[in-house]
Write a new protein. Structure first.
Length: 145
């Protein structure tokens, strides 16, 4: 398994995985937003970046993250916004490897923190996440415009 930055040529495979991710969360993302998201990820605009997991030459998982400043630290903080592994590849350590990749990047680049959210009912993912750290007691409030 190789974990690496996404290349522009990865777009078709990323989009297949992205569609699976959006479907999993019972959401819809307009094509215009998906296209702009990919563009920002590839160009690393606004702190956004994408890492992919490649197994036997096939991209089978990704993380989409946003590196940003914080008010409680000097170094940047990484928000792991999206993590997805192809259903047929799950249970093989790919999700864990993608998180470890971000942890290695955090240490190498002096990030102050790494955080992410998931649905409380996403028990399969939470079993992986709990190997790294237990969920805290914060409650998220969200307004969409």
């Amino acid at each position: 398994m190789i974990i690496r930055d996404a290349f522009p040529s990865d777009e078709p495979l990323w989009r297949r995985l992205w569609d699976g991710y959006v479907t999993f969360y019972e959401a819809s993302v307009p094509e215009e937003v998906t296209a702009r998201t990919w563009e920002r990820l590839i160009r690393k605009e606004q702190g956004m970046f994408c890492r992919v997991a490649e197994v036997s030459g096939e991209v089978c998982g990704f993380t989409n993250s946003v590196l940003h400043a914080g008010t409680w630290s000097l170094g940047p903080i990484c928000y792991l916004e999206d993590l997805f592994v192809a259903p047929e590849r799950r249970g093989r350590g790919i999700g864990e490897a993608l998180i470890r990749d971000l942890l290695n990047m955090a240490k190498a680049n002096s990030w102050s923190g790494l955080y992410w959210v998931t649905r409380s009912s996403n028990t399969a993912a939470r079993s992986v996440y709990d190997r790294f750290i237990k969920a805290d007691d914060f409650v998220r409030y969200r307004m969409d415009f």
